[in-house]
Write a protein that binds this ligand. Structure first.
Ligand code: PGA
Length: 262
């Protein structure tokens, strides 16, 4: 079976319910004709917009930006897998750089969330990435291996096929970020792929690996061309439907050639 290309956007704490609905309607309209057997298109809005979003997402998968590893109880401010199931979420984003570095989430917490997401039938989207300081110290590869090994602890090879991993170097993300040079991203994706194969055997080769961090219309093509990049995880450049659509149109033919006919 041909590999699926994954293209998605995390909207962070940006759009209101109204804005999310308008955005999704426009994006679904623009992308309605795209082949879904080889493309997984997803959007991750704010929690408050999820319910309204599920009514108008069409062929776009919806994700949650975070999830508690418990189903219910004394966890003020958290959102449970049961609640996400109710609003039509299929993807759960876990360990985004902002969760790790602003809110102190650890690999151990990410691991609990990955296992919980799998047990509730969601696709866990585990985000990993080194900081600028770790890169400067020359320990980026070690950090990536640790984040994967700890974050995916206890996941069986049988469940590995349900994972998605995003490589998002912390220094590349957001308004002050610099996108990773394709050569650098390519090296890190190779490290991640080797680690996934060491963890899961042949199943590790099939896990979609996405690049994220200041992806834009100019760099999306060279990034998509990298052998171990199976998709892109985009923030700001995807928050306008026409802008996201242009990126999709640019990279889809590249992924089609790389992945072969389905
Ligand atoms: P950015 O965000 O594309 O705006 O850098 C990426 C992300 O945080 O996923």
């Amino acid at each position: 079976m041909a590999k699926m290309c994954c293209l998605g956007s995390n909207n962070k704490m940006t759009m209101t319910i109204r804005e999310t609905v308008d955005y999704l309607r426009a994006l679904d309209f623009l992308t309605a004709q795209l082949p879904r057997e080889s493309l997984r298109l997803f959007f991750i809005p704010s929690f408050t917009a999820l319910s309204a979003a599920s009514a108008c997402a069409g062929g776009i998968d919806l994700g949650a930006q975070n999830m508690c590893w418990e189903e219910r109880g004394q966890f003020t401010g958290e959102v449970s897998p049961l609640m996400l199931r109710e609003v039509g979420v299929s993807i759960v984003e876990i360990g985004h750089s902002e969760r790790r570095h602003i809110f102190g989430e650890t690999d151990e917490m990410a691991n609990r969330k990955v296992l919980c997401a799998l047990s509730h039938g969601f696709t866990p989207l585990l985000c990993v990435g080194e900081t600028a300081e770790q890169r400067a110290c020359g320990i980026a590869d070690e950090i990536l291996r640790i984040q994967l090994i700890r974050g995916l602890r206890g996941v069986s090879a049988a469940d590995a096929g349900r994972l998605v991993v995003a490589y998002e170097p912390v220094w590349a993300i957001g308004a002050g970020g610099t996108p990773a040079a394709p050569d650098y991203a390519g090296e890190k994706h190779a490290v991640l792929r080797q680690t996934l194969c060491a963890l899961f055997g042949p199943a590790g080769a099939e896990i979609p690996l996405l690049y994220g961090g200041s992806v834009n219309l100019e760099n999306c093509g060279p990034l998509a061309l990298l052998p171990e990049v199976d998709g892109l995880f985009i923030g700001r450049s995807a928050w306008e439907p026409a802008g996201f659509y242009r990126i999709i149109q640019t990279v889809l033919p590249i992924f089609k050639i790389k992945n072969g006919p389905c």
